[in-house]
Design a protein around this ligand. Structure first.
Ligand code: IMP
Ligand code: MG
Length: 174
């Protein structure tokens, strides 16, 4: 049905998600966690992750898009930002992948402006080779090669988000 053989299978993803959720549950024991998923890319990872976190939590979302004009500058646009008070909250920001780091750095700064009591970042995938700006990431699922990855929420031009595993996108597949 879908393109490509898995780079990371459904089973591997689910095992990792449970592992991350366990760590997060331990770290946020007795804290009021607000988990914020960055849409659209993190929708599948976010919903799998939070259902394995044992501590009580609330959720919200940021809807953002980034336009990379050249290799050194990216412009991030926020379409939705949590309406609730973020001051004094323990926030976990969840994204699908950190690539150049530009989006997460921008969104992290926007949240820090609201003076949360703590802010941690969780990403499923880390494409280290492509990093332009350093962003502190607290929870990482997998390190991935410098290839374009689709599936499990990640898209190529809004398609392929529904593939249940992670695979490398090849142009001829579309
Ligand atoms: P950034 O370059 O770290 O700012 O990444 C911005 C966004 O680009 C990520 O949140 C993803 O939505 C998207 N992105 C980066 N690399 C990939 C990829 O390999 N596949 C699909 N989306 C990607
Ligand atoms: Mg994204």
């Amino acid at each position: 049905m879908f393109i490509g053989t898995p780079l990371i299978t459904e089973e591997e993803i689910q095992r990792k998600v449970r592992e991350l959720a366990q760590k997060i549950s331990r770290d946020y024991d007795k804290k009021d966690l607000l988990a914020i998923g960055i849409l659209k890319g993190s929708f599948m990872f976010f919903s799998d992750l939070i259902r394995h976190i044992k501590s009580p939590l609330r959720i919200d979302f940021i809807i953002a898009s980034s336009y990379i004009k050249d290799t050194t500058s990216g412009e991030v646009k926020i379409h939705y930002f949590p309406k609730e008070e973020l001051e004094g909250k323990d926030i976990l920001l969840v994204d699908d992948i950190i690539d150049t780091g530009i989006s997460l750095q921008y969104l992290r700064d926007k949240i820090l402006e609201k003076k949360p009591s703590s802010l941690k970042i969780c990403v499923l995938l880390d494409k280290k080779e492509r990093r332009i700006v350093e962003v502190p990431v607290d929870y990482v699922g997998f390190s991935v090669p410098n290839k374009f990855i689709v599936g499990y929420g990640l898209d190529y031009q809004e398609t392929f988000r529904n593939i249940p595993y992670l695979t490398i996108f090849k142009k001829e597949a579309k």
